[in-house]
Ligand binder design. Sequence first.
Ligand code: TXA
Ligand code: MG
Length: 330
Amino acid sequence: MTKIISINPEKIDNEALMPAVFALKNGGLCAFPTETVYGLGANAFDAGAISKIYKAKNRPADNPLIVHIAEFEQMGELVCEVPEAAHRLARRFWGGPLTLILKRSEKLPPEVSAGLDTVAVRLPSHPAATALIRLCGFPIAAPSANLSGRPSPTAAEHVIKDLDGRADVIIDGGNAFYGIESTVLDLTVSPPAILRPGAVTHEELSELLGEVVYGSGEGAPKSPGMKYRHYAPNAPVFIVQSDNAADMINSLADEKTGILSFDAEAAAFKKGIVLEAGKTPQEYAAHMFFCLRRFDELGVNKIFAIAPGGGGISEAVRNRLYKAAGGNVI
Ligand code: TXA
Ligand code: MG
């Protein structure tokens, strides 16, 4: 039985979080909101609890987890050393949507990192997440709280759909703010490498650090999670990059076709079910996973997604859409 707790992120009630704390202290699983997407958490120091995460999500055993902390000082017990760049990044971007890859401390069970000698660490800004970590007194390992391969959950209802009966507790804290997972930055290589783009952008990182590159996605991926088809709804997804996207979609769509676009473009489509993802790339990012799940509920036969162009968070949106589309671009 999964217990569902509703909390108000504006006014965290520690008492209400107690069943979640109890579950985590006893080696159980708790899904909780973060500012990016919902996470499925376990005590990062409990190898048994970590293995439950993999099982609950059907997550491939070679895909490591992110460890969430509430104070910068908690890094000390997770990593071998804290490089100067990590201090600078933390001061600027934590709490927030940035994950740092560092050398893993021997104190952490290897299962957290799927056996890698590195560990991913993030200090979220969501008050429910940090309150939960503080009340537990240990860092919380948490991947996104979806079944493996499904779109990441940006609302508690998505978590309930995927994980009811698989998590001990689900904390409902409303909609995730960014709606897209954190930027993953590898600090064990020089220059630092972005393994997954997110709301903290390449521009922002290179402003602070100097040269920042993109980690290789192909061959032997440094971020194992990026090699899988991912973020995917049931219907096949096609990214439309053509200059005359509307004409192309109008020629291929039928009544049961899903179309994901910016608000301003929506009127150009003659057939199909159009979901408007917003006016800005930020809004698009925040609504994208929600829309992909909505297309499932509507039973569409295929999905055409018009990806935003340009840099900044649009890069992260395109990255997720490419994964959802399994590389299908028309
Ligand atoms: O915003 C987020 O990052 C959310 C919230 C819950 O914090 N979490 C999240 O976790 O997206 P997950 O497990 O869905 O994605 C973690 C990504 C995967 O691509 C994984 O391969 C990569 O981070 N990762 C984790 N540990 C790593 C490591 N030691 N080295 C390289 N990549 C790592
Ligand atoms: Mg995930």
